[in-house]
Design a protein around this ligand. Sequence first.
Ligand SMILES: [Zn+2]
Length: 308
Amino acid sequence: MPQYQPQTDTPPKITNALSVDVEDYFQVAAFENQCALSTWESMECRVERNMERILALFDEYNIKATFFTLGWVAERHPRIVQRIVTEGHELASHGYQHRRATTQSRTEFREDVYRAKELLEAIGAQPVNGYRAPSYSIGAGNLWALDTLQEIGHEYSSSIYPVRHDLYGMPDAPRYPFRSHCGLLEIPISTVRLGRRNLPFGGGGFFRLYPYALSRWGIKRINDAEGQAAVFYFHPWEIDAEQPRIEGASRRSRFRHYLNLDKTEARLKRLLADFKWGRMDEVFSNALQNTYRPTFASPPHELAKNSV
Ligand SMILES: [Zn+2]
């Protein structure tokens, strides 16, 4: 007699990629004029306690994620890196000094990303394959940065935000993972296409700005209507409403940085419960295994040689 099989209308949930950019509140680009690198040592450190909360939260929801970790933070708090690795998360690089790629020469960029990769691999005792540029600062004007990342041995970048924004973005870049002109896999942050525009739905300040229902709608649309995995990110300082306030920054910078910090952790818990989440390298393992490499250099407007 055949066994009864319950029928379900709900298809299996798509696993989305969850990522954290591991940096402290004084290292963000919005405060770069107020908090120079030379002052960082004297600032109150909050990243360690915020990371404890994040790792506990991921453990509670049984979620593995990718941590794009700043080299400067890893060097001073190696325990954070070791916990990321021992708890089964993916360790990835956010560069060493949190300088936007757009403000660096090729040599400076190369030194920064090389230093971060070496350091993270030494502390974490495992290969570091992923990289995310500070403030999504890779775009049409500096695609050479992708060549550098590949030469140094990264297997993917998650540094292009296909949106129009005053500080970053490459609005006509592909919205889903693609092989760039040099063959490096780029995994863009999530957007929703509305009319002729891409709206940012990948987290950060927009997650704090939008009501939670809107963020949920965006990710559901990416999963259900487009059949794609979303790429979401946040920062440890975004769950820290008590962080010291930085004086002297512009109104816009302060609005962007401090908006709804007290609401973020509760929203994150809903997000973790409502969707299925995983590490970048596991969610995009098929794309990473596709080893397409172009054999000739391409002009920047031919950025995407091959969607994967
Ligand atoms: Zn950052």
